[in-house]
Design a protein. Structure first.
Length: 140
């Protein structure tokens, strides 16, 4: 397997591990942000993130640290369910854009782009450019 593909799959595996560790049950994967029913700004609980389960508060957002609503909504938007869907989509894209002996124009090229590493695979690596093992030559 090509080193770019192997490294990228390892990053996706790590993202999946982290997302699954953040969720204690399948029903708890989907999160949403809500204003605190206490509306107590001084208590640091004006907004909170909760899962779909009863009494499933994931986190309270402290308004002294930043924009509490913005942070709460951002955390909820990147819930484990969404992250797992995104990981699956990236894996499917990588399966379509992989080195292959079946490429029409270039041996070992991507069957869709006819080069390797193809631009699509290169773009997928940029998400993880800050992680160990990323190579500058993989950048598009």
């Amino acid at each position: 397997m090509d080193e770019l593909v192997e490294w990228l799959r390892a990053q996706l595996d790590e993202d999946e591990r982290i997302a699954r560790a953040a969720s204690w049950a399948d029903d708890a994967n989907a999160w949403h942000a809500e204003p605190s029913p206490f509306n107590a700004r001084s208590a640091g609980q004006r907004w909170y993130v909760e899962d779909a389960m009863e009494d499933g508060v994931v986190s309270h957002v402290d308004p002294r640290a930043s924009d509490d609503e913005g942070v709460a909504r951002h955390i909820a938007e990147w819930d484990p369910a969404r992250v797992l869907r995104e990981i699956n989509a990236k894996r499917q894209i990588l399966d379509e854009h992989r080195p292959s002996d079946l490429a029409v124009y270039r041996p070992h090229g991507c069957p869709l782009c006819h080069t390797w590493p193809c631009p699509t695979a290169r773009w997928l690596t940029t998400v993880y450019a800050d992680r160990p093992g990323h190579r500058e030559e993989w950048r598009p």
